[in-house]
Design a protein around this ligand. Structure first.
Ligand code: ADP
Length: 160
């Protein structure tokens, strides 16, 4: 059984992340979407909130499991017997970072392969930071996140 993990911050999950997961389930038997507990980034939603939003987003996909991890991605992948790490590639700007991570992870765990998937072109300019910034100023982000995520952002930022 081919199992892969899709690690990230998901603060919050966007339609771009969701697009990647829908592509991954076409290729693999199980996709574990896993929230990094120790990112170096400034975080808006707690790990539990991010996990909840991911679970809600993928409740209709039987092949998707959501969890969280602390430490190295490759250790989490090994613990779960995953054969690969899924990452999303939007533009040239992602390439250098993803390439560096993929090669470092290969050095750490040669048996685990990084798989980069491209989203639909309409999501190539989308990321969680832009969504948080728009929400902070009560922008309409209905095209970028599922309705339940928009509701959470409305509450966080006191939309009228
Ligand atoms: P991280 O902090 O690990 O980069 P993110 O939640 O920002 O966590 O992203 C997780 C993965 O999803 C990364 O591989 C990123 O390139 C990818 N990703 C983020 N936004 C999109 C998008 N709009 N389309 C496709 N992939 C995306």
């Amino acid at each position: 059984m081919a199992k892969v993990i899709y690690p990230g911050t998901f603060d919050p999950v966007t339609n771009g992340h969701i697009d990647i997961v829908y592509r991954a389930v076409e290729l693999f038997d199980e996709v574990i979407v896993t929230v990094a507990r120790n990112p170096t980034k400034t975080i808006l939603f707690s790990v539990d909130e991010r996990v909840d939003m991911l679970r809600e987003s993928f409740k209709d996909l039987k092949k998707v499991v959501v969890d969280s991890f602390e430490g190295l991605v490759v250790d989490h992948a090994r613990n779960l017997n995953a054969i690969g790490i899924i990452r999303g590639l939007r533009a040239i700007s992602d390439f250098e970072y993803e390439f560096q991570m993929a090669l470092m992870n290969r050095k750490l765990a040669g048996e685990i392969t990084t798989i980069l998937l491209m989203p639909h072109a309409k999501y190539t300019y989308l990321n969680s930071t832009i969504v948080r910034n728009l929400a902070q100023f009560h922008g309409d982000i209905s095209e970028f996140v599922p309705p339940h995520v928009f509701e959470r952002l409305k509450k966080k930022f006191d939309y009228k």
